[in-house]
Unconditional design. Structure first.
Length: 202
């Protein structure tokens, strides 16, 4: 899907908007939203794109940093309070140790539920035992915080992609506005949808 999106943008970018020579303003806006508008002399329009782009990058990098901090914290916290080696463990394991007080308790419950495939084997460096329930709860809170900020990072990355699409079509509109082609982006926060409306004056 992403490769198809990029291919369409590249093809549309190189297609001559005036049937005489290719325009690279759309490509500029894919690289940096607002750059294409700025090259066309629409400085006020470009400035709004630059501000939104900077805000999205700050949000993206800040969320990623916080996600990493919380991840480092919950790993260190588990090693200190659950006597566990977290190196090289898959994410499901980090979830399980936040839900069960100990390795033995986890296996006991899985055997009782007849989920034998989920039982951890002895001698595979998977043992843990929390020194208190409160510390297990605290660990789980930190892990969930890390997930929340990682989701925020993914949301920001999606915003960066959408922002480039908006700038791309904005330049397309500016290049073709004399032809009576109208473009309007619409964002619906209620159902997380994004769409474009096109109209042509005949």
């Amino acid at each position: 899907m992403r490769n198809l999106f990029l291919s369409l943008i590249i093809m549309a970018t190189l297609y001559p908007s005036d049937n005489a020579k290719p325009s690279f303003n759309k490509l500029k806006s894919v690289i940096l939203p607002g750059y294409g508008e700025y090259s066309m002399g629409h400085e006020t329009r470009a400035r709004s794109f630059f501000i939104r782009e900077a805000a999205l990058w700050v949000f993206c990098l800040g969320s990623k940093k916080l996600a990493n901090w919380y991840e480092d914290d919950y790993i260190a916290f588990a090693e200190l309070h659950a006597n566990v080696d977290m190196a090289g463990k898959e994410y499901l394991y980090t979830v399980n140790i936040g839900h069960y007080d100990s390795f033995d308790k986890y296996n006991e419950i899985k055997l009782r539920q007849r989920q034998t495939d989920d039982v951890y084997q002895d001698g595979e460096n998977l043992e843990w035992e929390w020194d208190s329930k409160q510390n297990r709860y605290r660990y789980n809170d930190m892990r969930l915080q890390s997930i929340t900020f990682q989701k925020a990072t993914n949301f920001a990355i999606a915003g960066l992609v959408i922002h480039r699409a908006i700038s791309f079509f904005d330049v397309l509109f500016l290049e073709r506005k004399n032809l009576g082609v109208h473009f309007t982006p619409q964002v619906s926060p209620q159902n997380n949808s994004f769409k474009f409306n096109f109209s042509i004056d005949l």
